[in-house]
Design a protein around this ligand. Structure first.
Ligand SMILES: O=C(O)CCC(=O)C(=O)O
Ligand SMILES: [Fe+2]
Length: 323
């Protein structure tokens, strides 16, 4: 029997003018979002040399001594930088992370909300900062293509594509994850079961280790690495945009005894003032709105407080459910 697996979608038409093929990709993505909330994107157009450089430098950073990495440690008031104590659902994950974000003018109020902070760049490895910034820019383009695709197959309210970053600007995040090999894999998870809070996640996985799993109908399925691909999954905000048609999938990362693992997710997120709500055409008399509107800032703040500050349970979109 063929086991179920996350679909692989060739998105090369996005970089062409072939509208028939582009529409076909929209449909495939929409189907994958309904069935899995996960898919692999191949032929995505991101420079593979750049991807390799980002992976190599990311791995090199984590090899540096703890004292050096702590020079750029995340703090109570700055959420960018290095950490080895992230929590998922109040349990410490077996991993180290380094977070960075697009630079937007502070005058836009991005720091007023108290969960953002400024990028902190380590002085080593050489070219780390410049490479990560270049990677972020390339992923920004891909994230916008994927977001437009999802919106176009859901709603005629395509204005959200243009308005996504109005206000405080782009609050997306890039994260380097490093999962050191673990002596007791049965007792520790790299990341506990969770859904991602933002709109879309574009994940670059280590080619050598299969540790990521997605839950579908109560069963966890492996999402093994596929060379030169990104793994794309939708987050909680896309679930609300779609009025629940797309489910932000629960996923987790296992640990293993044999090898370290590196991954690099890009989390697409809107401006803090952006109001998250079911989009036009996703609801009607027979299928009413399932969520009340809320600002992204409120959700982001609630999730951060659970993730790093251990101030209680992580916020979930069920808080905004009206049905
Ligand atoms: O490392 C991975 O494969 C996924 C990590 C993840 O789910 C996350 O950082 O939200
Ligand atoms: Fe995740």
């Amino acid at each position: 029997m063929k086991s179920l697996s996350v679909p692989i979608i060739d998105i090369s038409p996005f970089n062409s003018n072939d509208s028939v093929s582009i529409d076909k990709v929209h449909q495939e993505i929409s189907r994958a979002c309904e069935d899995w909330g996960f898919f692999y994107a191949i032929n995505h157009g991101v420079d593979l040399n750049l991807v390799q450089r980002a992976v190599d430098l990311g791995k090199d950073f984590f090899k540096l001594p703890k004292d050096f990495k702590n020079l750029v440690a995340r703090t109570e008031t700055n959420f960018q930088g290095y950490s080895d104590s992230e929590l998922t659902k109040q349990k410490v994950d077996w991993k180290e992370v380094f977070d960075f974000t697009p630079e937007v003018p502070e005058s836009d109020g991005i720091n007023d909300i108290g969960v953002h902070g400024k990028n902190q760049w380590p002085t080593k490895p050489i070219d780390f900062e410049i490479t990560m910034k270049e990677y972020l820019l390339s992923l920004q383009k891909l994230a916008r293509q994927l977001f437009s695709s999802c919106i176009k197959s859901l709603s005629s309210d395509v204005d959200v594509i243009e308005k996504l970053f109005d206000g405080t600007g782009d609050t997306s995040l890039c994260r380097l994850n490093f999962y050191r090999k673990c002596p007791e894999p049965e007792k520790n998870l790299g990341v506990g079961p969770h859904s991602d809070p933002g709109i879309i996640t574009i994940l670059l996985q280590d080619d050598s280790v299969s540790s990521l799993q997605v839950q579908k109908d109560g069963i966890f399925y492996d999402v093994p690495p596929v060379k030169d691909s990104f793994v794309v999954n939708i987050g909680d905000m896309m679930e609300v945009f779609s009025n629940g048609k797309y489910k932000a999938p629960v996923h987790r990362v296992l640990t293993n005894r044999e090898s370290d693992r590196f991954s690099l997710p890009y989390f697409l997120a809107p401006s803090y003032s952006f109001i998250i709500r079911p989009l036009k055409d996703t609801y009607n008399e027979d299928n009413p709105k399932k969520f009340r509107p809320f600002p992204w800032a409120e959700f982001r703040k609630g999730r951060y407080e659970g993730d790093f500050a251990d101030k209680g349970e992580e916020i979930q979109i069920t808080r905004y459910r009206i049905l």
